[in-house]
Design a protein around this ligand. Sequence first.
Ligand SMILES: NC(=O)C1=CN([C@@H]2O[C@H](COP(=O)(O)OP(=O)(O)OC[C@H]3O[C@@H](n4cnc5c(N)ncnc54)[C@H](O)[C@@H]3O)[C@@H](O)[C@H]2O)C=CC1
Ligand SMILES: N[C@@H](CC=O)C(=O)O
Length: 783
Amino acid sequence: MAEIYGQPVARETPAVHKFGGSSLKDVTAISSVIRTIRSHVRTEDVVVVSANGGVTDQLIQVFNDGTHRLPALRESVQQLVTTVLDQPDALLVSLLEDLELLSSGLSQTTLSVHDVLAYGELWSAQLLSARLHELGIPNHWRDARDILTVDAQNNPVNPAKAVQILLDSKGEGIQILTGFLARNEAGQGITLGRNGSDYSATLVASLLRSSAVYLWTDVDGVYTADPHVIPEARRIPTLTLGEAQALSELGSHVLHHKTINPLLQHPARIIINTCDSDTLGTDVVEQSRAGEGQVKTLAHKSQLVQLTLAGIHELRTRQFQAELTAGQINQYACHYDKTRQVLQLCVEQVDFFRTSQLIRQAGLTLVQQLSGVSLISAVGHNIRQNHRVISQLLGRTARFDVLNIHYPGNDHTLCVLLADEQAEALLADLHAACFDLAPSIPIVVLGYGNIGQQFIRILKDNKASIEQRVKQSLSLVAVANSRHYQYAGECLLDEVIVPDQDNTSGEIYQRLSDYINKPLVLIDLTASEAVAARYPEFVANGWHLISANKLVAADDIRASHLEAELEKQHRRWLTNTTVGAALPIQSSLRKLIESGDQVQAVNGVFSGSLSWIFGQYDGQRPFMEWVRQAHANAYTEPDPRDDLSGQDVYRKALILARQLGFNEARVVFTPAIPDELMAGTLEQFWARSAAIDEHVAGLWKAANEQGKSLCYLASISSQEINVSLQLIDQQHPAAGLRPGDNIFVIDSAWYAGNPLVIQGPGAGREVTAAGVLNDLIEVLQSA
Ligand SMILES: NC(=O)C1=CN([C@@H]2O[C@H](COP(=O)(O)OP(=O)(O)OC[C@H]3O[C@@H](n4cnc5c(N)ncnc54)[C@H](O)[C@@H]3O)[C@@H](O)[C@H]2O)C=CC1
Ligand SMILES: N[C@@H](CC=O)C(=O)O
């Protein structure tokens, strides 16, 4: 059992779900929230709520204008309560009591703005809680001011106590917590700034070490730009934490200021989506290497005022900025020029009045103020390190009257300041440059096993960045395994993949008949002869092919016919993962040959599974247990006998020999495990485990006595293809390989005497799927 601040917690920590004001604005919206709670919220989870939509604005009016605004507020909240609840009386009574307190507190001026605004979240939490009780969903609501105490920067004080209270309430059903509210160190109730409920949610998630925070909001994720301004904008399936933080610092509508900060130390997935959505929303993940250096999204903030303060010391700058933060005033594009002692920053027009008051109080000199300013920002992981992207972005700004280019203190953002009137035109121009895509080439995946599932996962996760790289939208139109398929005329990448249509007689191919004579990329992630036998038909249809399946690539006659047809059709066939998974073996050999080198031999370990199994085997644990483990780890072929027989390595050797033109080589082939131990059905093979264990134990003992290890090696040259189990000593290049690694030692005219060596993981879901993705990108880029 894990612990947080000494409190025991189950390994599966509670998730936090935040519902914003617009999601709770009326009876229809609340019904959607309840459906979402039923489908996504577990009893141990925490729900954080904002005030019902519109209520906070009314409370501000009450605070600013006085108690004569109360009747309108009462009427709208009463109406909401009576429409949502079947039995509203109890809540109506307590609502009237609150309004009494509010009225007398305002008359006696004993209430702060924070106390007044707090009623919005208190009523919202009670209303949702009451409705869930009516529906028989166990829950209890909590005032977050009894739990969260924060310092001037809104960081939690005494987090251990907060965690204790949160965990103590487990077992009482879903906890419904008021967002936006906390207490300061003096014990006064405070509010956490505009859209502070998002911050409450991530704060609670970081305290509870939650693995996921769901921000249920009015949009189904983060888009490449605000879709209200750029209708072509597309939803982004994933953002990195760094990108999300950069975005939140830019005052984004979906990811609010400071939302991400609490999660920087205790990262959790953040899922941004709308209730009742058909899509998977946007998933904020800790890290992702894909899309590195590419623009993910363009943020846009208008109606800013740019302020220039002169004669201000660096220390004073920091104090002043802290004062703005304490006053809940967001600042953008802050830049301090040390030599000129000038501070430039932007604040929102609505905050300008309070900002000028703070400037006056601080005795600072405002030398310039410029209203009607917009901030357009390109955000993408490490884009600032990609000089090509940065110069492309800067090049696009040349036609506009840019006030300033701003480089924030992270590597993920580049900001442009310009007049509000020009902002939308620049945004559209940048969006077209970064995201305009050609029509897509449909993609079909055959094989939804280890590699197929992982491939689709990374295709989904990296959709936006791949689209940007290949300059076309991705459209996965069908996925099939041996028994079922799923087909969509549109793209399946936004959907949950569940192949459920009958495919026992290859029905998928009838569905694909619409694509005959149209470009399509068919990806074969099966080990199936039935699929391999259809390659000529696929190419005749005018389709590109990508194979992890080795059956055709290792068969010279079939492969040669196919290549002739591919040439006629001007179509590509990539097979890079058939040897060495994602290791660049075929591509390296191709480059050597194309540039005039003569490859004489390739030797090494070509099997990831056998490298792993023999690398782990130490004569103690039975050999077949390692085989089972390798199968579970997806290192072996669907039938592991293909590896143990040496067939799989032999196919890889044939694929490379064919590429090198070693067509006349004689073959010396000995299986790793004798054929008689592997005969019959797969069940019979597993049942024979003890005999195989005994056989390998004998081999291992003999090798060990000579100080050697067992290694399944392959070597190819124009004279011979040799695939066999051998005893190697410590000096052999394959000795000391990490279990699972492949090694390819390439002797060539240019590398005479000092061979080129390619080494690394030779099997597994992640690497192989990544290799398939590389092939797909290459095909799409050239199509
Ligand atoms: N596992 C690895 O590290 C590597 C695997 N490969 C190759 O990738 C391929 C797939 O391997 P895994 O995903 O591990 O196998 P798997 O057994 O997990 O998945 C194979 C999938 O193909 C489907 N399938 C079989 N016959 C089919 C048919 N006629 N039509 C449609 N689907 C069919 C199965 O239902 C299953 O979904 C194999 O050819 C393997 O050699 C290549 C490089 C590395
Ligand atoms: N079964 C294969 C996987 C890759 O092709 C291996 O073990 O190398």
